[in-house]
Design a protein around this ligand. Sequence first.
Ligand code: ZN
Length: 345
Amino acid sequence: MTSPLGPSTVSCSIDLHAPGKRIGHLRINKITNTAGWASTFIHIGCVVNGSGPTVLVLAGNHGDEYEGQVAAMRLLQELQPDQVTGRVIVIPLLSPGASKANTRNWPSGANFNRAFPGRPDGPPHEQLADYLTRVLFPMADVVIDMHSGGRSAWFLPCSHMHVVDNPVQRKAMLEAMEAWCTDHHYLYIDVNGNGLLPVEAENQGKLVITTELGGGGRTPAPIHKLAWSGLNNVLRHVGVCKGEVQTRASLGLPPAVIIDGRDPRNIVVSPEDGLFEALLEPGERVAAGQPVGRLWFMDRPDRPAELLRSPSDGIVVVTKAIPITEQGDCVFVVGTPIAREALLA
Ligand SMILES: [Zn+2]
């Protein structure tokens, strides 16, 4: 690989092209106090059979979002070449140090989902981002990046998407988002910086599918089931796995509710330090001005709780999972239902 940036510093222990199934690792060089010539391993596997799309299945972008990591590891165990038409490449833990530490960010403090496009001469998380940007994304037709609210938030379990400008890409992303068969879908914008993994993949024209599968430091069994069933149905939907594609209708479910989250005013942050008490749950309808939560003051038990009101009519999408709250923490998010036809206009 040649480019003004120079070659990738990341090496891969397995052949990602030959037919069959292999599990190996990516190696990023590191130097520690106990090992001068050491490597960080990022485990990777592939299942290759015949001609068809290449799908990149990614989880653990944020360490404390385990729902997708479990589903991706199960996929690596169970998926066999005779079930595949094309190629499935899986990285179940993109941020293993963060996963082991139960943190969103890498032990260095880096947020991997702000590292793109990355650099081969940057710190380790930027080297890994660069490998995805310049080696793995160009090989892929479809990129799946599974997230949740992590420890800090409960996010209405959903698949979600950016409303990209290209109408063909947008329609494909909408249909693939719907193939997760969640009760809700969410349209998101980037409110805290750039350098997101899905944005880099979108900019390369890929069909990108992302999720927010709950969170809050606990993964109930139905969420594990939803991660697994949705991931497998999406793999069938994009044509890389054999089998019948399910829809909410074929499952006997009502149509999903698509929630528009593109108004940044609907992301509500705390006005001051306190203890957050949620009054509504994600999924509940809310009216403009209605309290979604309230803030209590640890050092002022004589002070009444402050009501935190919804900026608009809609549906609660996120509530803070940890009551202890700092000024400026996101305490809840609401969104507005939108018809799917509005996204195809
Ligand atoms: Zn995340």
